[in-house]
Ligand binder design. Structure first.
Ligand code: SF4
Length: 290
C-alpha cells in the first residue's frame, strides 16, 4: 500500500550497511530538492526492502521480486513523481531477475538501488545469487550485476557504490536522481552493503574497493572499455566501484513515449487509463518499445 506515514524506528541490526544507503538517500533527495510528497520509494522483500518505512515519504512494499514493475507502474501513472525502487540482491537477482533485465530495456526514468550483501540476511544468512563460492555451501559462480548491465546497450546510468564510502554514494545518488528528474531513463546503483550479522564483509570490501574513475583509460561513456576495465580490476582481486556508465547522448524514456502518445496524460486523477479508451495508443506504445 502507498502511504506517507511518519517514519518508523529502524529495525536493522546496529552497523548494517543499509544505514549508509538510508542516510545517503535523505541527503541526496534534499540536495536535489525533491519535496517528500513527490518521492515514492518501492521496497522489495528483505531487510533492505523495508527502507521506505524509515523515511517520511510515500512508500509501497512490493511483492517479492516484483518491485520493478510496480515502480515503473507508479512512474507511468504519474510521470511527475520521482520513483526509487530499493531492495536486496536476493530479491532483485533471484526471483526478480527477469524484471531486472527488462527494466533496462523499458528505460523508465526510475532509480533502482540494490543493497548487495551477498546473502539472504532476513532469513538468517543463506547463499544468494551474489554469494562467493563456498559461502554456506554455495557451489555457483557469483552473479555480477554491473558486468551484466554493461552488456545491455541502452542509454542508462550505472554505478556501484560502497556503504563504507557515504560521500561517494551521496554524489552518485544526486547524479542518478537528476538523470531521472531530467527524464533521461533508467538509473541503476548497486551498493555494496555488508550484512554485519550473517556475512560481515566490511573489512574485506574496504580493503578491496577500487574507484574506477582513478584508473587510466576511464571513460564512462564507453561500455566496452568499462567492461574491460572492470574485468582487469577484478583479476587483480579488487572490486570496481564508481560511475560505470554515463551516456553521452540521451535515450528515449518509457514515460516520454507514453506522453508523446497520450499528451493529455497528467496522472491518475485526471486521466482515463482504461484499455477500452486507450487501446490504439497502448498498441502503438508496445510496438515502439519492442
Ligand atoms: Fe542488516 Fe544483516 Fe541485520 Fe538484515 S540481518 S538488518 S542485512 S545486518
Amino acid at each position: 500500500m502507498v502511504d506517507s506515514a511518519k517514519p518508523q524506528a529502524s529495525t536493522w541490526c546496529p552497523g548494517c550497511g543499509d544505514f549508509g544507503v538510508l542516510s545517503s538517500v535523505k541527503k541526496a533527495a534534499a540536495e536535489v530538492g525533491i519535496p517528500p510528497h513527490q518521492l515514492v520509494l518501492v521496497g522489495g522483500i528483505g531487510c533492505s526492502g523495508g527502507i521506505h518505512n524509515f523515511l517520511e515519504i510515500n512508500g509501497l512494499h512490493a511483492l517479492h521480486g516484483r518491485l520493478l514493475p510496480q515502480a515503473i507502474g507508479v512512474k507511468l501513472a504519474n510521470p511527475k513523481l520521482t520513483v526509487i525502487a530499493a531492495g536486496g540482491d536476493g530479491d532483485g537477482y533471484a526471483i526478480g531477475m527477469g524484471h531486472f533485465m527488462h527494466a533496462f530495456k523499458k528505460n523508465a526514468s526510475i532509480l533502482y538501488i540494490v543493497m548487495n550483501n551477498e546473502t539472504y540476511g532476513l532469513t538468517k544468512g543463506q547463499a544468494s545469487p551474489t554469494s562467493q563460492l563456498g559461502f554456506e555451501g554455495n557451489v555457483e559462480a557469483p552473479f555480477d550485476a554491473i558486468l551484466t548491465a554493461l552488456s545491455i546497450p541502452v542509454q542508462n546510468y550505472l554505478a556501484r557504490t560502497f556503504s563504507g564510502d557515504p560521500k561517494m554514494m551521496t554524489q552518485v545518488l544526486v547524479e542518478a536522481l537528476k538523470f531521472n528528474r531530467d527524464g533521461k531513463g533508467f538509473a541503476f546503483i548497486e551498493d555494496l552493503s555488508p550484512c554485519v550479522t550473517y556475512n560481515d564483509t566490511f573489512k574485506d570490501w574496504r580493503a578491496r574497493v577500487q574507484d574506477v574513475s582513478k584508473l587510466p583509460g576511464y571513460d564512462p561513456s564507453d561500455r566496452i572499455k568499462m567492461f574491460e576495465l572492470c574485468r582487469s580490476t577484478m583479476r587483480e582481486g579488487k572490486i570496481p566501484i564508481g560511475v560505470m556508465h554515463r551516456p553521452k547522448a540521451d535515450g528515449i524514456s518509457l514515460e516520454a513515449l507514453e506522453l508523446k502518445l497520450m499528451p493529455d496524460h497528467l496522472g491518475p486523477v485526471d486521466s482515463d487509463l482504461s484499455v477500452a479508451t486507450n487501446r490504439a495508443a497502448y498498441q502503438k506504445l508496445l510496438q515502439l518499445s519492442a
